[in-house]
Each structure stands twice: as structure tokens, then as C-alpha cells.
Design a protein around this ligand. Structure first.
Ligand SMILES: Nc1ncnc2c1ncn2[C@@H]1O[C@H](COP(=O)(O)OP(=O)(O)O)[C@@H](O)[C@H]1O
Ligand SMILES: [Mg+2]
Length: 262
């Protein structure tokens, strides 16, 4: 953990990134408090992966600042990498290796003492002990993604980025991964996850940031976002808007900023 423990785990100001003429990030501002789960919610193509790749030092921004665990991602990328992990949209699990071997491999890469112990602890934490010595190719989708999340925790990173952790999973596997993410945050890890699923953001996140048109157009707790839309009252029955209704109302009113308009 960095000496600057008290600041936010992630601090982003006016982040910009274009691919050619396509302005994907157009001034993103975001703060993520330590030990919280924040969902970066946006449609397909909104720029979620681009943002996460910049924050995890895989991609350079065109402008703006991003500070992760007190360290500037552009100025000190290597130092940032010491305190983060990234689980991408596509699992990094090696199918030929067992679950335990996958974890030990990462522990060795991170030069941790006693990789076997590190692996066993994570296997237990993610309910994979029984499957520890089976090839990952025999795992269900949910088990594989859980192993992937476990691998991202080797070495206790302060900040974990999960890019669409449940995309492509069946409902049961999604629930398993949600439990895994909750256990992360319960242990004090800061989690920034991207999702295009409104129910995922609603269930998992302490705060939700909606990325649209290259910017964060709304940010807050679910209650904050709901407060933007007073409940519709019909006689004596209050109807709370769902996150889906809030999302569509905000996104619809903001309008696309960088779509295929010529
Ligand atoms: N390397 C790249 N070169 C050109 N365009 C890209 C590249 N990566 C992403 N894009 C485009 O940038 C936009 C945002 O992509 P991405 O960050 O992957 O969105 P999301 O993760 O929200 O689906 C999309 O229109 C995508 O096609
Ligand atoms: Mg993506």
C-alpha cells in the first residue's frame, strides 16, 4: 500500500483517448474510495475496456490524469502494476494446468514465498479446493471465472480491475462470481468492475458510474441515482424506478456523442 493511504484508490480527471477520429474517452472524471466496489456501467462500445486498460497501464491516455493507489499511471506505470491486478473479459486461465498450478504459476511470477500455500488459501476462499488438482479445462464456466478472479488476487493487490467479469456466464455461474467479488471487497480490496448489465451494477456496486458519450454522465449510489428521478406516485402506491429505467432516462437524454454520425 502506498504512503498516501487516505486518498481515493482511483482518481481520474479529464481523461481523454481517441482511436483515429473516434473520440472514445472525452474527459472522464472518476473517484473510487478505498475498499469499495464501483461499477463502470456502459453499453457495448462505450469505452469501458479502454478506460480500464488506461488505469491498469496497458494503454496510454491522450490527456488527463489517472492516479491509482496514489501513483500516477503515466509517470510510474511499473509502480502502479505492483498494486493492481486486471482480469480481462477473456479468462487468463491456462486450461492444461490444474487450478492449483494456475495459482502457483502466478505466485511464482509475482515472486511470492511459498506459492503452494498462497494457492491453497485462494482455492479455499473461492470454494475450489475439491477441484484444485483437476485440469482447468474440466471446470464449469463459473469455476473458471472464479479461478480467474482468484488468480488476480495473488499477492494481495490493493486495487482489482474486473472487465465484464460475468459476460457470457450462465445465471448460476454469475451468482458464484458475484459472491467472489463480494468477498474481495469484504477483505478491503478496492474493485472497479465494468459491466453492461444493470442488475449486476445494482446488486454488487457501492457506487455506479455511467459511462456514455465518452464521459461519466452520472455517478453515485443507487439511491443517489434514484433521487435524480422522483418516484412516480399513483394514488397511494409508490413505484421506485429500476436502475434500468434510470439508465435509459439518463442515456436517452444525454444522446450519443460519438456514434457513427458522419
Ligand atoms: N485498438 C482499437 N482501435 C480502434 N478502435 C478501437 C480500439 N479499441 C477499441 N476501439 C473502439 O473504441 C470504442 C470503445 O471500445 P471499448 O473500450 O472496447 O468499449 P467497451 O469495453 O465499453 O465495450 C469502440 O467503438 C471500439 O470499437
Ligand atoms: Mg469491453
Amino acid at each position: 500500500m502506498s504512503p498516501i493511504d487516505t486518498g481515493p484508490a482511483i482518481h481520474v480527471r479529464n481523461l481523454t483517448k481517441s482511436y483515429g477520429d473516434l473520440r472514445v474517452l472525452d474527459g472522464v472524471d472518476l473517484d473510487v474510495a478505498r475498499g469499495t466496489i464501483v461499477a463502470l456501467l456502459g453499453s457495448n462500445g462505450a469505452g469501458k475496456t479502454t478506460a480500464v486498460r488506461i488505469l491498469s497501464t496497458l494503454l496510454r491516455a491522450d490527456g488527463g490524469t489517472a492516479v491509482v493507489d496514489g501513483v500516477d499511471v503515466a509517470a510510474q506505470a511499473a509502480k502502479v502494476r505492483e498494486s493492481i491486478s486486471l482480469t480481462g473479459q477473456f479468462a487468463a486461465v491456462d486450461e492444461v494446468l490444474t487450478g492449483r498450478e494456475n495459482l502457483m504459476l502466478v505466485a511464482r511470477l509475482r515472486q511470492l514465498p511459498d506459492p503452494g500455500r498462497v494457492a491453497d488459501e485462494l482455492l479455499a476462499r473461492f470454494a475450489l479446493t475439491d477441484a484444485a488438482r483437476r485440469a482447468a479445462s474440466t471446470y464449469s464456466g463459473g469455476m473458471r471465472r472464479r479461478l480467474d478472479v482468484a488468480m488476480s488476487l495473488v499477492g494481495d493487490p490493493a486495487v482489482v480491475f474486473l472487465d465484464e467479469p460475468t459476460t457470457g456466464l450462465d445465471p448460476q455461474a454469475r451468482l458464484e462470481v458475484w459472491d467472489a467479488v463480494r468477498s474481495l471487497a469484504a477483505s478491503g480490496t478496492t474493485v472497479l468492475l465494468t459491466t453492461q448489465y444493470l442488475d449486476e451494477a445494482e446488486t454488487l456496486a457501492d457506487r455506479i458510474a455511467i459511462l456514455h458519450g465518452g464521459r461519466i454522465i452520472a455517478e453515485g449510489t443507487l439511491a443517489d441515482l434514484r433521487a435524480l428521478f422522483p418516484p412516480a406516485t399513483v394514488e397511494y402506491v409508490e413505484k421506485q424506478p429500476t436502475l434500468e429505467e434510470i439508465f435509459l432516462a439518463i442515456v436517452g437524454s444525454a444522446g450519443p456523442r460519438h456514434t457513427e454520425e458522419s
